[in-house]
Design a protein around this ligand. Structure first.
Ligand code: E4P
Length: 217
C-alpha cells in the first residue's frame, strides 16, 4: 500500500519524505487555508520535495471552471493530480482532464456507486472518506472493501485512495482490505510506530544498560 501524507505543512512533508515513506501528498482547501499560504506557491514547493502525485483541489463548482482551474494546477508540475469533487460536474471535469493526460483524484466519495462512476470516467484515484462516514456511525472501512471488490470484478484501474483517516488502526485496516493508497495526517503516520509493549520493553532494557554500564560508542 502506498502512503500519501495529508497535509500542506512543508516541515512535516520533508521529515516523512526523508524517511522514504512518502509516495505522494494530498491537500484540500481546508489544509491550504490552515497553511496560510497561497495555493499555487505552496503546491509548487510540495511538488519540488516529493516525486509522487501531489493532489491539488479545484475550488470551482461547475465543470468548465473546474477544467480551467485543473489545467492551471496541472501546469505547476508534472506530478500534480487535479482533485475534483464527486459531483456530476466533477465527473465531467474528471473525464476531460483525464483525456488530456492529467492525473485526476475524485474526492468526497461516500458510496460505492460514486466510486463506480469515478472509475467509468477514468479517474486516476478515487478518495472514499473513512473518518467522516465513521463519524455518522456508518462503516468507512466497509466502503473501502466494497469498492475493492467492485473494481476487481471489472478490472478498473482507478486506484483506491483511502482518505479521512483518523487513526493508526485505519491504516492497517486499509492495508488489510486492499486499498491501493492511504492518505493520513503526519501525526497518524507517526502513531503507527507506537506500541505500549515496545515502550515497556525499552524501559527495561535501559535499566539494565544503566546497571551494567553498557557502552557501544
Ligand atoms: C484527503 O484527500 C482528504 O481531503 C482528507 O483526508 C479529509 O480528511 P478529514 O475528513 O479528516 O478532513
Amino acid at each position: 500500500m502506498k502512503f500519501f501524507v495529508d497535509t500542506a505543512e512543508i516541515d512535516d512533508i520533508k521529515e516523512l519524505n526523508a524517511l522514504g515513506i512518502v509516495d505522494g501528498v494530498t491537500t484540500n482547501p481546508s489544509l491550504i487555508a490552515k497553511s496560510g499560504r497561497d495555493i499555487l506557491e505552496v503546491t509548487k514547493e510540495i511538488c519540488s520535495i516529493v516525486d509522487g502525485p501531489v493532489s491539488a483541489e479545484v475550488v470551482a463548482l461547475n465543470a468548465d471552471d473546474m477544467i480551467a482551474e485543473g489545467r492551471k494546477l496541472a501546469k505547476i508540475a508534472d506530478n500534480i493530480a487535479v482533485k475534483v469533487p464527486l459531483t456530476w460536474d466533477g465527473l465531467k471535469a474528471c473525464n476531460v482532464l483525464t483525456n488530456e493526460g492529467h492525473m485526476v483524484n475524485v474526492t468526497l466519495c461516500f458510496s460505492a456507486n460514486q466510486a463506480l462512476l469515478a472509475a467509468k470516467v477514468g479517474a486516476t484515484f478515487i478518495s472514499p472518506f473513512i473518518g467522516r462516514l465513521d463519524d455518522l456511525n456508518l462503516d468507512g472501512m466497509e466502503l473501502i472493501a466494497d469498492i475493492r471488490n467492485i473494481y476487481d470484478n471489472y478490472g478498473f484501474e482507478t486506484q483506491i485512495l483511502a482518505a479521512s483517516i483518523r487513526s493508526a488502526n485505519h491504516m492497517s485496516d486499509c492495508a488489510a482490505v486492499g486499498a491501493d493508497v492511504a492518505t493520513a495526517p503526519p501525526g497518524v503516520i507517526k502513531k503507527m510506530a507506537d506500541h505500549v509493549l515496545t515502550e515497556k520493553g525499552l524501559e527495561g532494557f535501559m535499566k539494565d544498560v544503566a546497571k551494567a554500564n553498557i557502552k557501544i560508542v
